[in-house]
Design a protein around this ligand. Structure first.
Ligand code: FES
Length: 138
């Protein structure tokens, strides 16, 4: 014999359901989500990059630090043709082995098929004097 659901029981189930949904949403909001700082890579003390040259320690994290003409810049390590990683050369240029594109040490295209320069990534200095690179634009 079928029984009609007890209205009080249904109301409690609805309340429990809403409480669980609310608790779940609260957990999602408290989980470690992407924050603006997640895009910053601490490259260490600025004095590590005092000499002119290409620093490739962060190639696999998506960028090179380049000191040239008294300025420190960060260049994306991804070729703008089809996203292969480029390699620094002894003459302070970059070569993409996938299809042969070349770039200057400032990231300007010197030979295609890439048509766009290597993106410049924002560089700043943290309160501790470390170089911070924003990789959100790589
Ligand atoms: S991916 Fe670099 S030249 Fe094609």
């Amino acid at each position: 014999m079928d029984q009609e659901p007890d209205n009080r029981e249904t109301e409690i189930d609805r309340r429990r359901f809403l409480a669980l949904v609310t608790a779940g949403l609260a957990m999602v909001q408290k989980s470690p989500a992407a924050t603006p700082k997640d895009h910053l890579i601490d490259a260490g003390p600025a004095n590590l990059y005092a000499a002119n040259g290409i620093y490739d320690k962060f190639r696999d994290q998506g960028f090179f630090l380049v000191r040239a003409n008294g300025k420190l810049i960060a260049l994306s390590s991804y070729c703008t043709h089809r996203i292969c990683k480029v390699n620094p050369q002894k003459d302070h240029t970059f070569l993409c082995k996938c299809h042969g594109s070349t770039f200057t040490e400032e990231g300007k295209v010197t030979e295609g098929p890439a048509k766009r320069d290597l993106p410049n990534l924002p560089v700043s200095t943290g309160s501790n004097g470390h170089v911070l690179v924003d990789i959100s634009a790589k």
